[in-house]
Ligand binder design. Structure first.
Ligand SMILES: [Zn+2]
Length: 330
């Protein structure tokens, strides 16, 4: 979310305001004389969606699907108007998910008697794996100290009505103590007690914080030789579980990139850690192909070794591993 906001501000100048609870940043529209009306009490009409990157103007109807298309439409010579380059709002303080240990402890303490437990077992996860990775259940309103609530608000994890955006989800903090990233996988509505979640998540997962290393890499030790790289949280958890069952945890670690387009920092991490044997287990879809290409390019760019494997039968890695598949040579 921070990534999209800073990219949008690079193109348009500082946002007039950020509506964090709705994931929108509001700007003066660059396609019509929007900002000219500012002095007459006019309101900015141009919104950029902070998790999806699409944009639209409520007044002139300009619209597009990505920030790349916005740059393209504005053309090479486009510069943000001088008025927009002066900050009109205070810079947002950085996310503070590392201060959320108390809330994560609360989430962990209740997981075994929460709807998350059934969900995890149904997805093939064993209690051992859930506990090693410190998975928690997203309580809609955890009881935490005021400073912790402030840190959560600053990290854009709390709605205006006080409900936490991790409500009704499996919570994973990475690393488990003083996390830099908070990832939630939403449990489907029909598996939650009625009224657990008073909002509809846009996607089945959400992330806060700054992704600068592959998630799960806190388990790498000096004896790690092989790193299995996956796209999603459950792919990693099921892979890690299999590694444990095979007795290979000493030299093999599973990590995930949290989506099909890893951050630039994460890509740099791969190129700066060439000393491992990397194996990419990719999703069967087209995004999985592109993901494998970009991650393997970073690894090779740093001089590392990498193999790309696709599970059989159009299965995602976690489904394939649960049904008995395992890459040969690991
Ligand atoms: Zn407009």
């Amino acid at each position: 979310m921070e990534d999209i906001l800073s990219a949008a501000e690079e193109i348009l100048g500082t946002a007039v305001r950020v509506e964090a609870h709705r994931d929108w940043a509001i700007f003066w529209c660059p396609f019509h004389n929007d900002s000219d009306r500012a002095g007459e009490g006019g309101q900015p009409n141009f919104g950029v969606h902070l998790t999806e990157g699409y944009w639209k103007c409520l007044r002139c109807g300009a619209t597009g699907g990505s920030l790349r298309s916005l740059s393209r439409k504005l053309g090479k010579g486009w510069k943000p108007p001088v008025s927009a380059t002066r900050p009109t709002r205070p810079k947002r303080p950085p996310p503070q998910v590392e201060l959320l240990d108390e809330a994560v402890s609360e989430a962990r303490s209740c997981i075994q008697r929460s709807p998350a437990w059934d969900y995890l077992m149904q997805r093939g996860l064993l209690p051992h794996t859930a506990l090693v990775y410190g998975l928690g259940y997203g309580i809609p309103v955890p009881r935490v100290h005021r400073e912790i609530l402030e840190a959560a608000r600053q990290s854009m994890m709390v709605r205006r009505d006080g409900t936490w955006l991790w409500a009704g989800g499996v919570v994973y903090a990475d690393p488990p103590m003083h996390p830099t990233v908070m990832n939630v996988r939403y449990i489907p509505d029909e598996q939650l007690p009625r009224g657990t979640r008073n909002f509809t998540p846009l996607k089945n997962h959400k992330t806060w914080g700054v992704r600068s290393e592959p998630l799960g890499s806190w388990r790498i030790t000096s004896s790690t030789r092989t790193i299995l790289v996956l796209e999603g949280l459950f792919d990693m958890l099921i892979t890690a579980q299999k590694i444990h069952q095979l007795g290979r945890a000493a030299d093999t670690v599973a990590v995930y990139t949290n989506g099909a387009s890893p951050s630039a920092k994460m890509q740099r991490w791969f190129s700066e850690h060439p000393g491992y044997e990397y194996i990419l287990l990719r999703d069967p879809d087209k995004a999985g192909v592109e993901w494998a290409q970009s991650v393997s390019a970073s690894i090779r760019g740093g001089g590392g070794n990498v193999r790309i494997l696709k599970p059989p039968g159009k299965l995602d890695p976690d489904e394939a591993i649960l049904s008995g598949w395992w890459p040969s040579g690991i």
